[in-house]
Design a protein around this ligand. Structure first.
Ligand code: GUN
Length: 288
């Protein structure tokens, strides 16, 4: 067989970030407002620190402001709520992102629901989740939005396609399924969500025209699960002894699939591009 076409998320994200920088410049020109994302990190997890740094750096590259607040790992829920309240009240701050996961003593849902829904660039607040579920999205979570943009950019038809999402997380799996089933471009798919309790998961995935792998298990999706010619989107970032791998067994799967995203250089760079787009949207929603 022929090797799959590689969907280059790095290239697509660079193109989107260049377009976004132009939109930011026009917005600043028209309004005098500089879109500003505040990123909050609690604790000193090294991987989270890297992500947070690249998020605020990405803002600056797009002509927006990115500020970073780091709180100690023993921060209480009340202290974090106080910081969120301060950012909610600050008219200079348009977007608020609290990096997950949070330390044990803090209830993530309490924090996410405390963020002003108009500043919720992650799209995790209950009201933004609800709006997406109703098919009238405001802020859409960055990772699934990036996956949808990759499918659109690659010209992969979703209308009438069977899309199988593996993983039912609030951050990726559930919002991804919402986007794919929604009416219109990048949607209109027949969507199945598989998870750890799914019976004969391999047989279900084998019927997919589009597979989105978001389970968080290294090389979980193997070549025998893939219908020849299917599109495979790999959301996984797993650190194993040999380095970084996705949720897809890339080598063998790329010989069966029609198109596939690599790890790294696939979905990852798109996530940041979508966060930057959401930050500009936040500034627009807060500027009359
Ligand atoms: N941790 C892993 N992914 C994400 C994300 O998309 N947003 C936030 N806030 N934290 C994360």
């Amino acid at each position: 067989d022929v090797a799959a076409r590689i969907i280059d998320g790095k290239a697509v994200s660079q193109k989107l970030r260049t377009e976004l920088a132009d939109e930011v410049a026009a917005f600043k020109q028209q309004t005098g407002v500089i879109p500003h994302l505040a990123v909050v990190l609690v604790g000193d997890d090294p991987a989270s620190a890297v992500y947070v740094r690249s998020k605020s750096k990405g803002c600056e590259q797009a002509g927006m402001a990115g500020s970073q607040m780091t709180l100690p790992a023993d921060t209480s829920q009340a202290q974090l709520l106080e910081l969120v309240a301060r950012l909610n009240a600050d008219p200079q701050v348009h977007g608020i992102l609290v990096q997950l996961p949070l330390p044990r003593q803090i209830d993530e849902t309490v924090i996410l629901d405390a963020i002003d829904p108009l500043k919720d660039v992650d799209g995790f607040h209950a009201s933004n989740v609800g709006l997406l579920a109703q098919g009238r999205p405001r802020f859409v979570p960055c990772t699934p939005l990036g996956c949808q943009k990759l499918l659109l950019d690659a010209g992969i038809p979703t209308s009438g396609a069977h899309a199988v999402v593996i993983g039912r997380s609030e951050i990726v799996g559930k919002p991804m399924a919402s986007l794919l089933v929604q009416k219109g471009a990048g949607g209109d798919a027949t969507v199945t969500i598989c998870h750890s309790r799914t019976k004969d998961l391999a047989a279900v995935v084998r019927t997919a025209d589009i597979v989105v792998a978001a389970i968080g298990r290294p090389k979980f999706v193997t070549a025998d699960m893939i219908k020849p010619g299917a599109t495979v989107i790999d959301v996984g970032i797993n650190r194993i002894e040999t380095g970084l791998v996705g949720d897809v067994d890339y080598g063998p799967v790329s010989e069966i699939a029609g198109a596939i995203t690599p790890v790294p250089g696939g979905v990852g760079p798109m996530t940041i591009a979508m966060l930057l787009a959401n930050t500009l949207l936040a500034a627009k929603l807060q500027t009359q």
